[in-house]
Write a protein that binds this ligand. Structure first.
Ligand SMILES: [Mn+2]
Length: 356
C-alpha cells in the first residue's frame, strides 16, 4: 500500500519531534461528544505513540458519548477512554488533539495549553499554526484516514478492534462515501476492511436503541418546518447532543430536500446541525454566520455543527423564539422566502376505510 508522500514526511517529522522532546505522559484528546472519527483517530494515534514511539498515553474525551452506535463502538471494541473530568492535566507533559483544533470551542483542552500535536480535517485555524506539530487536511473525509497513514508509515499493525473502529469511522464520517471523501479514505478503508471484525461492525451499525431515542425522534417529526428545499426541526430538551446531527442526517433524506437544520437544547446550550446534499456548499461558513459570537461552530462543506450559549435563555417561550430566529436566519442566508416557511404536516394521506 502506498500512502501519500505527505503522510510519510509528516510522520517522520512527528517521530523527530517526539524523540527531541523526550519522554513524558501523553494525553490524546478528542472533541466533545466524540463521533466515530474522533474515537478511532484518538485510539490509533495512541497506538502509534505507544508501539512505535514507546510513549505512555492516556486517551480522553469531553462531553458525552451519546449516539447508540458510538456507545456500541466503544463498548463492543473495548476501546479504553477516560473522561477528561476524571484526569488531572498536571500529570501530562504532552497533549495531542485529534479531529479538533485548539480554541475551536468543541474540546476541553484549556486555552492556555498549546498542544504538541494537532491532527484534523476541518479548516485550519490560526491558533493551530502556533503549535510545534500540526497536520490539518480539509480535503480528507476522515481524520482517522490521516492517522491510519501514520500507522502505516510507523510500521504498526492495528488490532482487529482498531481496524473495525477505523472502517466504521470512515464509513460513518463519509456516509458510506456519499459525503466528502478523497482517494486515501477509500484506500485506507479497503486496506483495513479484511482485518475488521464484521460481526461487531454489523452490531455497531445497527445497535439497540433506548426508548428516549424514539421520543426525541417523535418530537422532531412533530415539529417539522419547510420552505422550498430546506427542511428543519426544532427540538426541546434532548437526552444527548448527538441527537441533533443524527436527526439532521435523517431529515436530509426526505425527498425534494437538499438542506436540513436541526436545533435542540441540552443543558445550557442550544446545539445546531446543518446538512446539505450540495457538494459545492459551505455549510461550515453558514453555521459560523448563524451562531455569530454567541457560541462556537464550524464544519465542512456539506456538514456543520455548533452551539449557542443559552444559559440566560430560560423561559420556554424565549427558548423557542431563539430557535425560530435561527431558522429564519438560515432561510434568508439560503435566499429562500421567509414568508413561505411553514409547518410540514405528516398526516396528509387520506385515511383508509374505518376499522370501527
Ligand atoms: Mn471528523
Amino acid at each position: 500500500m502506498s500512502i501519500t508522500e505527505v503522510s510519510r514526511e509528516r510522520y517522520a517529522a512527528l517521530e523527530e519531534m517526539v524523540r527531541r522532546e523526550g519522554k513524558g505522559r501523553w494525553l490524546v484528546l478528542t472533541h466533545d461528544n466524540p463521533d466515530p472519527d474522533a474515537l478511532a483517530s484518538a485510539q490509533i494515534l495512541a497506538r502509534v505513540l505507544r508501539q512505535a514511539l514507546k510513549q505512555t498515553v492516556t486517551v480522553a474525551y469531553g462531553g458525552i458519548i451519546g449516539r447508540a452506535e458510538n456507545r456500541e463502538m466503544v463498548k463492543g471494541l473495548h476501546l479504553p477512554f477516560s473522561h477528561i473530568r476524571h484526569l488531572s492535566l498536571k500529570k501530562y507533559k504532552h497533549f495531542a488533539l485529534v479531529d479538533t483544533q485548539p480554541r475551536s470551542g468543541n474540546n476541553q483542552l484549556p486555552s492556555r495549553v498549546i498542544p504538541d500535536v494537532v491532527i484534523d480535517h476541518h479548516p485550519i485555524r490560526a491558533n493551530t499554526q502556533t503549535g510545534p506539530f500540526f497536520d490539518v487536511r480539509p480535503k480528507y473525509g476522515a481524520t482517522a484516514t490521516i492517522v491510519a497513514e501514520y500507522m502505516i508509515a510507523a510500521g504498526v499493525q492495528p488490532t482487529h478492534a482498531l481496524a473495525t473502529a477505523l472502517v466504521y469511522a470512515i464509513r460513518s464520517e463519509t456516509l458510506d462515501f456519499a459525503r466528502e471523501h478523497t482517494g486515501p479514505d477509500k484506500a485506507i478503508h479497503d486496506l483495513f476492511f479484511p482485518q475488521a471484525n464484521h460481526r461487531l461492525l454489523a452490531r455497531i451499525q445497527s445497535p439497540r436503541l433506548p426508548l428516549n431515542y424514539f421520543g426525541n425522534l417523535h418530537d422532531a417529526l412533530e415539529n417539522l418546518e419547510s420552505v422550498d428545499s430546506l427542511i428543519l426541526s426544532h427540538l426541546g430538551p434532548i437526552d444527548q447532543p448527538d441527537m441533533v446531527p443524527e436527526i439532521a442526517d435523517l431529515l436530509l433524506r426526505l425527498e425534494g430536500k437538499t438542506w436540513s437544520l436541526v436545533t435542540g437544547y441540552f443543558g445550557d446550550r442550544l446545539y445546531l446541525s446543518i446538512r446539505t446534499t450540495n457538494p459545492r456548499a459551505d455549510a461550515g461558513g453558514l453555521m459560523r454566520r448563524l451562531i455569530g459570537r454567541r457560541g462556537k461552530g464550524g464544519g465542512h462543506g456539506m456538514i456543520a455543527g455548533g452551539w449557542i450559549d443559552a444559559s440566560k435563555v430560560n423561559a420556554p417561550g424565549d427558548r423557542r423564539e431563539l430557535q425560530r430566529k435561527l431558522g429564519l436566519r438560515l432561510v434568508r442566508e439560503l435566499k429562500k422566502n421567509p414568508e413561505k416557511l411553514g409547518r410540514v404536516e405528516l398526516r396528509t394521506l387520506t385515511p383508509g376505510p374505518s376499522q370501527g
